[in-house]
Design a binder for this molecule. Structure first.
Ligand SMILES: Nc1ncnc2c1ncn2[C@@H]1O[C@H](COP(=O)(O)OP(=O)(O)OP(=O)(O)O)[C@@H](O)[C@H]1O
Length: 870
C-alpha cells in the first residue's frame, strides 16, 4: 500500500503530474484534490505545517516552476495572486502587499486575484484530480491527515502505516446541571479537563514556529534574552502567553551541530511592537549563537499545571466536602438547601469614603452579597463590575480576620482589581506565578516575592548574594526556610490576597483557609478553574461576570461542547440562581448602548453618562447623524485568505479603516484613543501594513500606535473610538466568528465616543442578529455606503429575520479557541471529520464552492501556457 512513486501525493497517493505540486520546505508532493471542506490536500498541508512555498511539477503544463512574486520574489503561497497585463494577454504573479497594492502602468493590479480560491489552488495551476482518480486513490480521513502531519514533525518519513489504526475515538459524556455529590461532579468534569489537557498538549507539541530577526540581549538579572517575531504564528490559534515555556532551536549551516536552549516567554507583542521576548535558561557565560539572527525555530512546550490544579480541586472537594461550607457545597452542586442569611447592617450606602459614589444597583448588590453565602453579580459592559467588586471586598475584609481571596482568570484583570483594592486602603498581597515574577506589572510592589525580599530578615541574604554571586548551601537552606515563614506571615496579615484562579492552587497557599472568595470575570473561566479558589475553605462566594459577553476559551471543541465552555456562573443561572444585575452603564454614548441593551439585557441598561458628555467639542467626523456618533459603513467587497492560509482579510475594509483613522487624526484624536477591532489576524496584519504604506496622514508613526486586536482581546476594555472591521464577505453567507452573539455584544460595547462598523451588509444580513443590527442602524439613519466625504444612505434590501432572543441563544453558541480571532485551525485531532481544520466557525459547503469543468480548466491552462511570467 505504501509502495508509491516518489512523486505522489503524500496523503492520498495520486500521481497525476497536472494535479501534483511540490512543497519546497518538506520535499513532499501533494495533489489539489479537495476531498473535505477544509481544503485541497496541498492547501491543507500548507496550513497544517505552516510551510509556504511550492513548485509545480516538471511534467505539468507550466513545467517545474516556483510560485513566487514576479516583483519581490515572495514565495508565500497565501499572499500570491495573479494580475493581467493591461495591453498584452499575459498574466503575472504578484504578492498582495506591497507589489499588487501599488498602481502599475503595465499591470491591472486593481484586479489582483489570489492563487488560492475556496481553499484550493486555482485549477489552472494544479488541476483537481478527476472523480475517478479520487476513487482509486488511497483513502485517508481528516483525522489521519492531522495525525500524519503531527507525526511528520518527529519523523519526516512517517507514513499512514505508522499511525495507530487501533486507536478508538474517546466519547465524552456531557456534564450535568445538578449533582448528587462532589464525586459525581468530579466524574463529570474530570474527563473533560483531561481531554482538554491532552488536546492542548498535542496542539502545542505539534507547533514548530519559524523565527524571524532574532535579537540578543542581556536582562537586568544577567539572563540571556532573545527577541523575535514569529511570522508563521497564527497569533490566536494557539495562545502563547507570558510565562509559557519554549525551546529555541537552530540546526542551520552556521553551526557545526544543532543547538537548542530552553526558556520562557517574558514579553508578548503589544500595541507598538511585534516582538516576543524569551528569557533563556542560559547565563551570560554560556556560549550562545549571538552572531546568528535567522534560521531559528521555536517549539512550544506544554505545561500541565493549570489542568493538574483543576483536577486537584475537584478531587479535594470530592474527598473532603467540608472544605467548603454546607451552603456553598449545595449551591455548587445544585442540591436544594435551606437558604441562609448572614447578618448585615441596614446602612443605606456602602460607598467607601473618597472613592466612587455607588449607584443604587451597585449599593443593592453589595448589601445582597454580604448577606448571602453564594452570589452572582451580572455586570453588563461599563456598569462598574470592578468598582462594585472592590467595594464588596472592602466590606468583607473589614468584617473578618482572615484575608479575602480575590481572583480572576486573567493576570490583567487581577492586577486591575489589586490596584483598585490598594487604592481603597486595604493591605493587598499579589501572588504571581513563578514564571511571571520577572514580568513587568503595574502592581509589582504588591508582589508577595517583592514584599518578602524587602523584609528585614531576608534582605541580608540578598545583599550577600549580590556581592558574592551566590550563597553557601547552608545559607540557601536557611533562606528557603525564612522565605517560607515570611510568606506565611505576610499572607496571614494581609486583608486581601489577589491571584489568578489557577494561581490559587499555588503551593504557597497550601493549608491556608480563605472563607471569602470573590472571582471577577468569572464568566471567562471554565467551571473547574473557578473551583480552584473556592475549595480553599469558602463559606461565602461571589461570582462576578456577564454571561452575555465572551465565555472561557476552550481549545478542544469536543470538550467545550460536552460542557467545558460553560462557566460556573452560567450553569448556576440555568439552575435558577437569579444574578444581581448592575444596570447603569458609564461608558458609551447612549446611542451606542441602545442596541446591546435591547438585545442582550431586556432593555434594562440605563445610561449614567449623557449624550452631550460623549460628543467631542470639535466633532467634524462625517457621522450620518451629527448627534449620533455611529455608522455602519457598508462595503461591497469580498474576503480573501490571509498569509497563514488560516485567516481572512478584506482589502476594501482595510482601506476604509485607514480613511476613518486618518480623519480622526485630522480632528486631533490621539492614536491611543482609537481601537480597531477585527476578528481576523490576517486583517489586523493587513491593516497595519496598509496604513504603514498607504496612510495619508503626515505623521505616519501615529498609525503604528493605534491598537488593533481581536474582540476577545478587547473584552473588559474601552476606547474613545472603535472601528470594527467584520471582514467576512462571501456569497455563502459564512460569517465565521461573527455568528457568536456574545462576541458581537463585546465588540459593540467598547466605544465611548463613536463607533464605525465596516462590513458587507449583504453577507451579514443573512444572520438573524446581524440583520437586527443592520436594521437598527438603518432605522437610526446610520447605515451608509460610499466615500467617506460623500456617504449616502444604503438602500440595500434587508430581510426582517427571526427575532434574536439573547436568553435562548446567547449562552449556547460555541466559544472555542477556534473562534478566537476567527482564524484558527480547529485541530481537533480526536474529533472526526466535522471538526477538521476549519476557518472561523463555519465551513464553506462544497455546493457553494465554485467548480470548473475539466475542459474549461484545460482551455484556460492552454491559453495561459507560455503567457505567465513566473
Ligand atoms: N457609581 C458610579 N458612578 C460613576 N462612575 C462609575 C460608577 N461605577 C463605575 N463607574 C465608572 O464606570 C467605568 C466602568 O467601570 P468598570 O471598569 O468597573 O466597569 P466594568 O463593568 O468592569 O466594565 P467591563 O464590562 O468592560 O468589564 C469606570 O470609569 C468607572 O469609574
Amino acid at each position: 500500500m505504501e509502495d508509491l512513486p516518489d512523486r505522489s501525493c503524500a496523503y492520498c497517493g495520486i500521481t497525476s503530474p497536472d494535479s501534483l505540486v511540490h512543497c519546497q520546505t518538506c520535499d513532499k508532493w501533494f495533489c489539489n484534490a479537495k476531498t473535505s471542506r477544509a481544503g485541497s490536500h496541498i492547501v491543507t498541508h500548507m496550513v497544517f505545517s505552516k510551510h509556504q512555498s511550492l513548485c509545480l511539477h516538471p511534467d505539468s503544463d507550466f513545467g517545474e516552476t516556483m510560485l513566487e512574486c514576479y516583483n519581490c520574489g515572495n514565495r508565500n503561497l497565501f499572499v500570491l495572486g495573479f494580475v493581467s497585463a493591461k495591453t498584452d494577454s499575459v498574466v503575472v504573479i504578484l504578492c498582495r502587499l506591497p507589489c499588487a497594492a501599488s498602481k502599475n502602468a503595465d499591470w491591472d493590479t486593481e484586479n489582483w486575484q489570489s492563487l488560492v480560491e475556496n481553499r484550493q489552488l486555482l485549477p489552472w495551476m494544479a488541476k483537481p484530480p478527476s472523480e475517478e482518480e479520487i476513487q482509486h486513490a488511497r483513502p485517508i480521513t481528516a483525522v489521519q491527515i492531522s495525525k500524519l502531519e503531527t507525526k511528520w514533525r518527529q519523523d519526516k518519513d512517517a507514513t499512514l502505516m505508522d499511525l495507530d489504526q487501533e486507536e478508538v475515538e474517546e466519547e465524552l459524556e456531557p456534564i450535568l446541571m445538578r449533582y448528587s455529590d462532589a464525586y459525581q461532579y468530579q466524574r463529570a468534569f474530570s474527563p473533560l479537563v483531561q481531554y482538554e489537557a491532552n488536546y492542548d498538549k498535542l496542539l502545542k507539541q505539534s507547533q514548530s514556529l519559524q523565527i524571524r530577526n532574532i535579537e540578543w540581549s542581556l536582562g537586568d538579572n544577567g539572563m540571556r534574552l532573545a527577541s523575535f517575531t514569529l511570522p508563521s504564528y497564527d497569533a490566536f490559534a494557539i495562545k502563547l502567553n507570558v510565562g509559557d515555556p519554549i525551546e529555541l532551536k537552530y540546526s542551520g549551516p552556521e553551526l557545526g551541530d544543532p543547538w537548542q536552549v530552553s526558556g520562557y516567554i517574558v514579553r508578548v507583542p503589544g500595541v507598538l511592537n511585534n516582538y516576543f521576548t524569551a528569557e533563556l535558561l542560559a547565563s551570560q557565560s554560556d556560549k550562545m549563537p549571538v552572531h546568528i539572527s535567522s534560521g531559528f525555530t521555536a517549539d512550544l512546550v506544554w505545561k500541565g499545571t493549570s489542568y493538574d490544579r483543576m483536577q486537584k480541586a475537584m478531587k479535594h472537594l470530592a474527598v473532603n466536602s467540608k472544605t467548603v461550607s454546607e451552603h456553598v457545597y449545595s449551591a455548587l452542586l445544585g442540591i436544594d438547601h435551606q437558604p441562609t442569611a448572614f447578618p448585615v447592617s441596614q446602612k443605606q450606602n456602602y460607598s467607601v469614603p473618597k472613592s466612587t459614589k455607588l449607584n443604587a444597583s451597585q449599593d443593592n448588590a453589595i448589601k445582597s452579597v454580604l448577606s448571602k453565602p453564594f452570589s452572582l453579580i451580572q455586570g453588563p459592559p461599563g456598569t462598574g463590575k470592578t468598582v462594585t467588586s472592590a467595594n464588596i471586598v472592602y466590606q468583607l475584609a473589614k468584617r473578618q480576620k482572615k484575608p479575602v481571596l480575590v481572583c480572576a482568570p486573567s493576570n490583567v484583570a487581577v492586577d486591575h482589581l489589586a490596584a483598585k483594592l490598594e487604592s481603597l486602603g486595604l493591605r493587598v498581597v499579589r501572588l504571581f506565578s513563578k514564571n511571571r515574577e520577572d514580568v513587568e506589572s503595574s502592581v509589582q510592589h504588591l508582589s508577595l516575592t517583592e514584599k518578602v525580599k524587602s523584609t528585614a530578615a531576608i534582605k541580608g541574604f540578598y545583599k550577600s548574594k549580590d556581592s558574592n554571586g551566590k550563597l553557601s548551601a547552608a545559607d540557601e537552606k536557611q533562606l528557603e526556610t525564612l522565605q517560607f515563614k515570611e510568606q506565611r506571615r505576610l499572607i496571614v496579615n494581609s486583608q486581601v490576597v489577589c491571584c489568578t484562579c489557577v494561581g490559587a492552587g499555588d503551593h504557597r497557599l497550601d493549608k491556608l483557609k480563605f472563607p471569602s472568595v470573590l472571582i471577577d470575570e468569572s464568566t471567562q473561566a471554565s467551571e473547574p478553574e473557578c473551583l480552584i479558589p473556592i475549595v480553599k475553605g469558602a463559606n461565602q462566594v461571589v461570582l462576578v461576570g456577564d454571561h452575555q459577553q465572551l465565555g472561557p476559551v476552550i481549545l478542544s471543541r469536543k470538550a467545550g461542547d460536552a460542557g467545558l465552555k460553560q462557566s460556573m456562573f452560567e450553569r448556576l443561572i440555568h439552575l435558577g440562581h437569579i444574578p444581581i444585575r448592575l444596570d447603569v452603564q458609564y461608558r458609551m454614548h447612549p446611542c451606542l448602548s441602545e442596541f446591546s441593551s435591547n438585545i442582550f439585557y431586556d432593555g434594562s441598561l440605563q445610561n449614567g453618562v449623557s449624550a452631550e458628555s460623549r460628543i467631542r467639542a470639535n466633532n467634524m467626523f462625517p457621522w450620518p447623524i451629527r448627534e449620533k456618533p455611529m455608522m455602519f459603513w457598508g462595503v461591497g467587497s469580498s474576503e480573501e485568505l490571509g498569509p497563514s492560509g488560516t485567516s481572512y482579510l478584506n482589502r476594501a475594509e482595510a482601506i476604509n479603516c485607514e480613511r476613518a483613522i486618518t480623519r480622526l487624526f485630522a480632528e486631533g484624536v490621539e492614536p491611543s484613543q482609537i481601537g480597531v477591532i477585527t476578528p481576523y489576524v490576517a486583517q489586523k496584519e493587513f491593516i497595519v501594513q496598509y496604513m504603514g504604506t498607504h496612510g495619508t496622514f503626515a505623521d505616519k508613526s501615529k498609525y503604528l500606535e493605534v491598537e488593533i486586536a481581536s474582540v476577545d482581546a478587547f473584552q473588559g476594555r474601552e476606547k474613545d473610538y472603535v472601528i470594527l472591521s467584520c471582514v467576512r464577505a462571501n456569497d455563502n453567507q459564512s460569517i465565521g466568528f461573527l455568528t457568536d452573539p456574545r462576541r458581537m455584544n463585546v465588540a459593540l460595547t467598547r466605544a465611548r465616543y463613536g463607533m464605525v462598523i465596516l462590513g458587507n451588509p449583504r453577507t451579514l444580513s443573512k444572520n438573524s442578529i446581524w440583520s437586527r443590527l443592520l436594521l437598527h442602524y438603518r432605522e437610526c439613519g446610520c447605515l451608509v455606503e460610499g466615500d467617506l466625504d460623500n456617504l449616502r444612505l444604503s438602500n440595500l434590501q434587508l430581510q426582517r429575520s427571526v427575532p434574536y432572543r439573547a436568553r435562548e441563544q446567547g449562552s449556547s453558541t460555541p466559544t472555542s479557541a477556534g473562534d478566537l480571532f476567527g482564524s484558527q485551525l480547529d485541530l481537533n485531532l480526536h474529533g472526526g471529520a466535522q471538526s477538521w481544520p476549519k476557518l472561523g466557525s463555519e465551513l464553506d459547503t462544497p455546493a457553494n464552492a465554485r467548480s470548473m469543468h475539466d475542459d474549461e480548466i484545460k482551455n484556460l491552462a492552454e491559453q495561459l501556457q507560455g503567457k505567465i511570467r513566473f
